[in-house]
Design a protein around this ligand. Sequence first.
Ligand SMILES: Cc1cc2nc3c(=O)[nH]c(=O)nc-3n(C[C@H](O)[C@H](O)[C@H](O)COP(=O)(O)OP(=O)(O)OC[C@H]3O[C@@H](n4cnc5c(N)ncnc54)[C@H](O)[C@@H]3O)c2cc1C
Length: 406
Amino acid sequence: LLKEAFAMSEDTRQEDKGLTRRGFLKTSGGAALAGVAAGAMLTGSRNAFGAPIPKKWDQEVDVVILGYGTTGLPAAIEAHDAGASVLILEKLDWLGGSLLRCGGGMAGANTIVQKALGIVDDTPDKLYNYVMACGEGFVDPELVRVYADSAGKAIDWMIEALGGQPVSQWSIAEKPLSLGPGVNFGATPVFYEKYGVKPIMECHWFTPVAPKRDKTALAGGTALFKILDDATKARRIPVMLKTSLQELVATPEKEVLGVKAINGEKTMHIRAKKAVIIGTGGFIWNEQMMKKYLPSHAVGGGKGVVVVAIHQDNDHGEGILAGQAIGADLATMGHRPPDTSTVGSGGLKINTKAEVLDVYGKPIPRLYAGGRATGGLMSNQYPSCGTAVSTAVCFGRIAGRNAAKL
Ligand SMILES: Cc1cc2nc3c(=O)[nH]c(=O)nc-3n(C[C@H](O)[C@H](O)[C@H](O)COP(=O)(O)OP(=O)(O)OC[C@H]3O[C@@H](n4cnc5c(N)ncnc54)[C@H](O)[C@@H]3O)c2cc1C
């Protein structure tokens, strides 16, 4: 695993060397220079940030969704059900992102599962208070409020509307999974003592097992993935595999028009008539970003490498960087629990509509995001196993619905 992790980090380094233009964009002087240089070579009208506007688009749909994962799938389903035409671009040649490999815990309050199990005293308010406590003053209360109110509904939606496994096959974790420092799936006992808060017991499981990539084994994350994957396929929502977001295409006023993506050797421009939704996950595999935001956990630089090895190989932060290149702000960047790599390292700043905000706090028109590509919902204490998946599903749904309304 370690060998694989280092090999991947070397790949990332090589890729990053090729991305000198992106490096350029990190400074305002660089952005201007890169704009002039690229503008001279490319045909379309030049945009100050992101990719140039092409003269001709390769494809047009209402909503372009980046990432066939925990955020992208609910976004696609909701946007489709609201009447929009949708296209999902997935960087890898397999589907599912972290969802497929995750343990399958999903947090939410006041669900039909809880009711069936006789748990009647759980409320979104309790979830709100707990997630706010875990945020230790760094999280956005409005985002947490929306999350707490919609998390239980998201579980009900997956079971009732999308035909997920029957209620009787779900269970609730009796306590948050917390194995202490080193392998931390939830806030630690030290945290509870410090703040005097009670842990939530809202993590819903469908036969939890060790994470697997095998989606034929219907358990844990594979079961959650199957619900969303089946629903996406039933709607015939198209997906382009091995197609990676490179840059966003936006007007000089930063209205997002579409994306520039790469499929093998082929660069393509896809117009999003309504919106682009970023669901590309976090940045644990991007060594430069790790060094910048989480230096003590940078690949090869500490215990983070072990966690990287068992976690994602798809999180290169491309969605975050693409948003930043057109002026998006970041939230809770570098905040995260000491070891888990996939749950709260920060990312694009969003509002309660899942709109990506610029550095002045204004929504960037037609740009939405959710999941680990965003920040603001979790800080140093990961609340509990289950909150990572459910925050992604909730804001994916919100993004999909709002994008379709445009
Ligand atoms: C082993 C493991 C166990 C976990 N267990 C749990 C658990 O039980 N409960 C819980 O709540 N959380 C758990 N988590 C965390 C949780 O799974 C993640 O936080 C969550 O799934 C992330 O959702 P996401 O939509 O942000 O990213 P993902 O679901 O990973 O989706 C991102 C998708 O975008 C694609 N992509 C990336 N870059 C690009 C690009 N440039 N262009 C196009 N596509 C791109 C990726 O390939 C991927 O398919 C676990 C994670 C792991 C790895």
